[in-house]
Design a protein around this ligand. Sequence first.
Ligand code: PBG
Ligand code: ZN
Ligand code: ZN
Length: 300
Amino acid sequence: MLMYPIFITDDPDASVEIKTLPGQRRWGVNKLEEFLGPLVKKGLKSVILFGVPLNCVKDEFGTPADDPQGPVILAIKKLRELFSELYVAADVCLCEYTSHGHCGHLHPDGTINTEPSVKRIAEVAVNYARAGAHCVAPSDMMDGRVKAIKRGLLDAGLGNKCTLMSYSAKFASSLYGPFRDAAGSAPSFGNRKCYQLPPTAKGLARRAIKRDTEEGADIIMVKPALPYLDIIADAAQLAPDHPLACYQVSGEYAMVCAGAAAGVYDLQTMAFESVESMVRAGATLILTYFTPQFLDWLDA
Ligand SMILES: NCc1[nH]cc(CCC(=O)O)c1CC(=O)O
Ligand SMILES: [Zn+2]
Ligand SMILES: [Zn+2]
């Protein structure tokens, strides 16, 4: 039930430490074999890829997102070729590729322009699926994107080849800090409160979960995880026949590590307690940066 989030950058030989995410690195495509080979041997079953383009020319449309020579498409192809048993998911968003760092297209006044955003997100998702992704996971939060992606996959003949995992209930959280640092995707102005949910928005989260199941999502996700266990439990009840994912995000991971380093608790015990709580709430799939450690700990 563990999916490992990994950062793929466009220097093919990169292996660069990410300061705010202890133990995690930005990887180049040429390094994926030595990085993931040992983990696959230990039982790693799935990864989710995040592109970290450092050398591309970003524009307001996020054009580099599905560049055939871009890091995500190259990594999908490489991983499918290297590891026949590994499940390869790809995060779909534009913020890593837009000049303004927002997750969609903007109106001249800086607000989100939903229609072209959704169209572009669906295009990117289909291109990741064409490259061989088993699963596409839109994290942009634009209204209507699940339906558009599902339609796109069906039209491309990939409806039964590629799973759609929706970040259905994604809250505007302080816990994404290390990720934005790792992915270079902080917005250049404003924030994401227009398209991510406020922490108190239980009703909106429930409606988003229902809407995504109706629009054709195959997996529902709640994010962040530990502070939102009630939402995970709600999702388990609202979508009982869907796999339910939750994302132990970068800031949650960093918090667990920092607390352990400060002597507040034992790292392994706390890491287990955190994900066991998610399982108790109803999660059946957990995206976590602790995945490599869990493979060791579960084996020991
Ligand atoms: N679309 C961007 C995206 N996709 C996944 C994360 C966060 C993941 C993490 O913190 O580990 C974010 C950050 C954000 O919304 O700002
Ligand atoms: Zn984004
Ligand atoms: Zn808005």
